[in-house]
Write a protein that binds this ligand. Sequence first.
Ligand code: NAD
Length: 392
Amino acid sequence: MLIGEKSIPRPLRWAMIGGGRLSQVGYKHRCGALRDNTAYQMVASAFDIDAERGRDFGVNLGLDADRCYATYQQLLAEEAKREDGVEVVSIATPNGTHFEITKAALNAGIHVICEKPLFFTTAEALEIKALAAKKGLIVGVTYGFSGHPLLMQMRAMIANGEIGDVRMVELQYTHGFSANDSADKFSEAQKWRVDPKIAGPSFVLGDISTHTFYISQLVLPELKVKSLLCDRQSFIPSRAPLEDNAMVLMHYDNGAVGRMWASSINAGSMDSQSIRVIGSRASLEWSDYNPGELKYEVQGQPNQIMHHGMPYLHESALADERLGALHTEGLAESWANIYLKFAIAIHATQQGDQTTLDNLIYPDINAGIEGVRWIENCVRSADNGASWVNYE
Ligand code: NAD
């Protein structure tokens, strides 16, 4: 159980790039990083494309005005001159900027925590992996739902054979917030999401399905996609070639099959991300809408609902518990869990502690690469007439 005590000897000196006052995701980063007050200390920022608004916001959050920089380039240059300069930055800017900012931060000797989808191409992601390895630095990816403790329970139960042989993986991340085009015109966050120059080669595949795809990799680390077929549509024509709906069929290397539905035009649906893993004797199902419960359904027996924080859970699920079974845990706790693991990974890297790094399960650079690879394969299939393609 986590109760906020130190996991590393002192908080890491941390800055945010992007994630400013009007951003969708910035506060989630701060909820995650600053939750325990023992893993990170926010010391600097380049919060905003609008320098003045970014500075005002940083000061309002309690930062020194002279460490609220106008640009990320200025942040990296000025912090490098200080003995107490930034050690890790979080990048919460639109997709098209992730690669250049990550590269610049690593070259400045700073660890990186970056938003998904990490970059536009696998080649870029592999280049960054090599650079991070050369510099001895961590790149973490904020798959923010992946810190929910019951996902570790799913992983442990599947590994223990409690559902039998895995036959099917059913994945969904859909909502209805782009069912019409009003946000495309008025919301800054939506405008860039449907612009391929800034969003990259996909809309919903990158924006939401990368989360669910990572969750499937977290709970099924042995399962590898062998081939897939993706059909994608732009129900709002102005979004083409980027899709607001996609359906993907997958074949895995063990003979299992999978399906992903990613959509932002699921009218009326607030948010539904779920994973159901169907085995030869039982199924497990989890949804981020009700993340404190895990369904365990054994064929021929009454269904069970496993509850977070209960002593019958696997130790890896209990290790990430914060509030206890009597209370509701949510997205803020999930973000805090992954941010804590980023901090432990960074400290272990600083100490040369390979054992800790080898045993830590968190969304690292490889998870980021796999998200980009997933998008690339889906787009290749969809743009080839929704045909089956070998997963490359
Ligand atoms: P947004 O448009 O709402 O906010 C972007 C922020 O970045 C703004 O504060 C903007 O001023 C700032 N910005 C833009 N360019 C900048 C630059 N060059 N330097 C400094 N600041 C800059 O976008 P958003 O919805 O918050 O998404 C940002 C990123 O986070 C995207 O990659 C998106 O995919 C990702 N995201 C992830 C999650 C998650 O759950 N992990 C949720 C939402 C968004």
